[in-house]
Design a binder for this molecule. Structure first.
Ligand SMILES: *Cc1c(COP(=O)(O)O)cnc(C)c1O
Length: 478
């Protein structure tokens, strides 16, 4: 095929450089020191191929010139960066949701991060009994500190709380009945539903009471020859308000004792400190469940506890021993990274003020309003300066943070946020632009403003935000 004027298609195709030629470019040379050769070559090949396709399908007359070498190199570099990027990457959480399951839940304390390095850089006694010089159990490692802090007789750590619930139900109540209040048949985001977990465990769910009210006599009437367990579930992500009634854990324990049954509590968030001490509404603690006499209680390691993902089971010695013997435990086992980080986190709870200070989840929840306000004012001013244009309105607004992770579902925590709105761009466009930043900045939209809650910002995050807004000045938003 000949072009009517100018060069023929064949001429143009011949002008395209080869991958080998491009590999000699100094920028590509430099790229090769950071990116595996395989990825560089693949990117160059794709870029040249794409240029060839464009020529072949071009309807333009005369044919457009082939892209310059530096243009092709630039495209290949960008492609390389994409291909070589980690999929799991850090981002800026400006949502104000402290325990955000989609954003990685709890941040680890410095002590936990250091312990991870210490334990994982070398061999360890993960399953080795140093006293007797033989095979040991990985489950001893976090157990001592858990017993110390909570007063429980025994403890077992598994992969997450969902597996803790599954394991306990399967161990104690397979083929038998478990009585649960209708008001507590909760679905946690990401498909954890009490009835489904119950079914998977082989236990038989026996619902009692009404959605809004369940009384002790409801449990009592449901007790029969197949009953094994009375179960209480923390209504993590919702709250019953109005005309409601729930049976106290202590009453459930008394009833169970009379009938020779066991009591289990799924605490969900499972705080180890009283969050009412920083002026927030009460959340049940693991210690409370132990003191109330439940036979077994389960909770997450990475919600209010502020540690790594884990499911913690506290309970009577015989019950924990049964759980350990269950073959399912092997399938749900934690790795050494979890145990190392968890033990280091738990040790911080030996001194409560230290826990509040050193565990990021607790420290963020406890941040004084004054400090949040100061930070929001400073950030707003820096953004305003960076944008420097009158078309953007940057304001500090009072707002509400959420604890997240199923703690305090609707009792939002007062906070301060920076609200940005602009003439040329909608809040949706701003949100999209900031989400595409590297690292991404995740906030929320409220009445056509983009809101950034400073409660969940980490060291260095304000700089990232300011730089993104400075870049916004020169960008065309789509
Ligand atoms: C969060 C939660 C779970 C699930 O815990 P994971 O650690 O996410 O597996 C189970 N039950 C309740 C009540 C919860 O709040």
């Amino acid at each position: 095929m000949l072009s009517h004027s100018g060069a023929s298609l064949q001429d143009r195709l011949r002008q395209l450089p080869s991958v080998d030629q491009l590999l000699k470019h100094p920028d590509i040379h430099e790229l090769l020191s950071n990116v595996p050769r395989k990825i560089v070559v693949e990117s160059l090949r794709e870029v040249v191929e794409e240029a060839r396709r464009q020529l072949l399908s071009s309807q333009e007359d005369p044919l457009p010139p082939v892209p310059s070498i530096s243009e092709l190199v630039q495209r290949a570099s960008a492609l390389c960066a994409q291909k070589n990027a980690f999929t799991l990457q850090p981002l800026v959480n400006a949502t104000g949701i402290v325990v955000h399951t989609n954003l990685g839940r709890s941040l680890l304390a410095e002590e936990a991060l250091q312990r991870l390095q210490v334990v994982c850089r070398t061999y360890s006694n993960l399953e080795y009994d140093l006293v007797n010089g033989r095979r040991g159990s990985r489950y001893v490692h976090a157990e001592a500190i858990l017993r110390e802090i909570t007063g429980a007789e025994a403890a077992l750590v598994v992969n997450n709380n969902a597996s803790a619930v599954l394991l306990v139900l399967n161990t104690l109540a397979k083929g038998q009945e478990v009585i649960v209040s209708r008001g507590q048949l909760v679905e946690i985001g990401g498909s954890f539903r009490i009835p489904d977990v119950m079914a998977a465990s082989g236990a038989i769910l026996r619902e009692v009471g009404c959605t809004n009210r369940t009384h002790l006599y409801d449990y009592e009437r449901a007790i029969g020859e197949h009953t094994r367990l009375l179960m209480k579930v923390h209504c993590s992500n919702y709250r019953l308000v109005g005309f409601t009634a729930e049976v106290a854990l202590e009453d459930l324990v008394r009833l169970a004792r009379r009938h020779n049954l066991l009591v289990m509590e799924d605490l969900g968030s499972g705080s180890l400190v009283d969050i009412a001490s920083v002026g927030l509404p009460q959340e049940p603690t693991a210690q409370h469940a132990v003191r109330a006499g439940v036979d077994v209680v389960t909770f997450s390691g990475d919600k209010l506890l502020g540690g790594p993902q884990a499911g913690i089971i506290l309970g009577r010695k015989e019950i924990i021993a049964l759980c350990k013997k269950n073959p399912l435990t092997r399938a749900l086992r934690v790795d050494k990274m979890t145990l190392a980080a968890l033990e280091a986190t738990l040790r911080l709870y030996r001194d409560e003020p230290t826990a509040w200070r050193r565990i990021p989840t607790l420290a963020m929840i406890a941040r004084p309003l004054e400090s949040l306000k100061d930070q929001a004012l400073r950030l707003a001013q820096r953004i305003q300066e960076a944008v420097g244009a009158p078309f953007m309105s940057v304001q500090v607004v009072e707002s509400f943070s959420q604890v997240g992770g199923g703690a305090l579902p609707e009792r939002n925590v007062p906070t301060f946020a920076v609200a940005v709105s602009s003439k040329p761009w909608s809040a949706n466009q701003l949100e999209k632009f900031l989400r595409a930043n590297s690292p991404p900045i995740i906030g929320r939209i409220e009445s056509d403003r983009f809101l950034m809650d400073v409660r969940t910002l980490q060291e260095g995050d304000p700089d990232i935000i300011v730089q993104a807004f400075a870049r916004l000045k020169t960008e065309e938003l789509r």
